[in-house]
Design a protein around this ligand. Structure first.
Ligand code: HEM
Length: 444
């Protein structure tokens, strides 16, 4: 057979060989810098060997499209062994295949369409009352948005009827997120007890306390089974296709997942949006003009404002809170010109494609207008991941961010107190603005 007829043998992409610890450390410290460096050096996609396994990373829309459109049955959950003991086996984040599909079918209606209208009033009320607690002095915007988004998700889950259980759940959920040290996610070996002082000791204590608060709430509902409209009631009443309900263990894991996945992410995104608006007076003026053109006390109207939505999208583009999403192959995959064997993970990286100059004109600049002029595809704009695992709370989060930012910016003038550029810095499992965004306000 002549040489030219032969198909080239497809191989794994090249990538850095600097040791698993050093690779992981660089990704933890600044995924954007690390990925940029490696894609310049090795091309896109590239292969890294991280502490929790080999990963093929890409920011190419054509490859991202391929990954998101694959049959989800070909994927397993990344770092399952480590994350399972953190979130619990009943968390949707850790399900794969038919079990994951069945779970999404049950849960997605709780975060869709009509439900948003019910949450809108809660979001606006909480934004206004939390704002009153900080009005007087300088404060970190991230602290404010964290309090707001935490209370929003807790009230969406529990309903707003009992202030003391809301306060308790808020402080326990916050404590759980703060005790989620990134090392715990890398390997079960990091999850060891040591005289009650190790990161795992602190995390498990926080988890038990949250669990006790859920137990008390469940008991209270059994004793007083009045009809309620919150997510907990919907979860308790929901039935799978075979007529079965969620077991309590499973319910705890899902509730924990909503609190865990559903507040810090939105809080960071809103803090970044504030920072970009306050460093771009022309964009801020355009937003203020849009806000003053409607009755901003109506949450449904706020959520429809095109420029406000564009501001939210552009902030998520510039600082995607989840910098890359991961899936482990259980079947080999042809990805572009490469062959990826089973056992290797593939990772569409928002932090790469969001800065691709062939997709976004002048990607380093904050330009909400780009989202008014063009509709980006799911392979070009992926702050919520994509495919069969796309964020279950995306509609909720977008609605929440528009209502909270719209409420705050229509009622107050903010002044930025930062005199140096703010950069992303790792907090626990997420990256957030290094200073928290220091601001001062006065009512409009
Ligand atoms: C700005 C806010 C948020 C961002 C940036 C965000 C981002 C993400 C991302 C990137 C994923 C993984 C998607 C993938 O693997 O393709 C995810 C999954 C998930 N998120 Fe969010 N999220 C946000 C808010 C929320 C909220 C408010 C909730 C719940 C109320 C939520 C619940 C979930 C759940 C349950 C999953 C797992 C979905 C599955 O595995 O099928 N998220 N999120």
């Amino acid at each position: 057979m002549i040489q030219a007829d032969r198909q080239p043998v497809k191989k794994l992409p090249p990538g850095p060989r600097c040791g698993r610890w050093w690779t992981t450390l660089q990704v933890l410290r600044s995924p954007r810098k690390a990925f940029q460096k490696w894609s310049c050096r090795y091309g896109d996609p590239f292969l890294i060997h991280a502490l929790n396994g080999p990963i093929v990373v890409t920011g190419r829309p054509d490859l991202i499209r391929e990954i998101f459109s694959q049959d989800p049955a070909h994927y397993d959950v990344f770092a399952m062994a480590a994350v399972q003991s953190i979130l619990g086996a009943g968390s949707m984040l850790l399900m794969a295949g038919p079990r994951h599909r069945r779970e999404r079918k049950l849960i997605m209606p709780m975060f869709h369409g009509d439900r948003m209208r019910a949450y809108g009033g809660i979001m606006q009320r909480i934004a206004s009352t939390q704002m009153q607690t900080v009005e007087r002095g300088p404060f970190a915007m991230l602290d404010l948005t964290t309090k707001i988004s935490l209370q929003v998700i807790v009230e969406a889950v529990l309903g707003g009827e009992r202030a003391e259980s809301i306060d308790q759940l808020m402080s326990r959920a916050r404590s759980l997120v703060e005790k989620s040290h990134p090392v715990l996610f890398f390997s079960p070996k990091m999850q060891f007890h040591f005289l009650g002082l190790s990161p795992w000791d602190r995390f498990t204590r926080a988890k038990t306390q949250l669990r006790n608060a859920f137990d008390a709430e469940l008991l209270r509902r059994q004793q007083d089974p009045a009809p309620r409209e919150d997510i907990l009631s919907m979860l308790m009443e929901a039935r799978y296709d075979d007529g079965t309900a969620m077991e309590p263990e499973h319910l705890y894991d899902e509730l924990g997942t909503f609190l865990f996945a559903g507040h810090e992410t939105s809080a960071i995104a809103m803090a970044w949006a504030t920072y970009y608006l306050l460093t771009h007076p022309d964009k801020l003026a355009r937003l203020k003009a849009e806000l003053s053109s409607i009755d901003a006390s109506r949450p449904g109207d706020l959520a429809q404002l095109p420029y406000l939505k564009a501001v939210v999208s552009e902030s998520l583009r510039m600082n995607p809170i989840v910098t890359e999403v991961l899936r482990v192959l259980n079947t080999p995959m042809e990805l572009g010109e490469f062959h990826i064997p089973a056992g290797v993970a593939v990772a569409p990286a928002a932090v790469m494609v969001h800065y691709d100059e062939s997709v976004y004109d002048r990607p380093e600049q904050f330009q909400p207008e780009r989202f008014l002029e063009k509709q980006y595809s799911a392979a070009e704009f992926l702050p919520f991941g994509g495919g069969a695992r796309r964020c279950a709370g995306a509609a909720f989060a977008l609605y929440e961010m528009a209502i909270i930012l719209g409420t705050l910016f229509s009622k107050y003038d903010f002044r930025l107190l930062e005199n140096r550029p703010v950069v992303p810095r790792r907090r626990n499992v997420t990256l957030g603005p290094s200073t928290g965004i220091q601001v001062q306000v006065r009512p409009v």
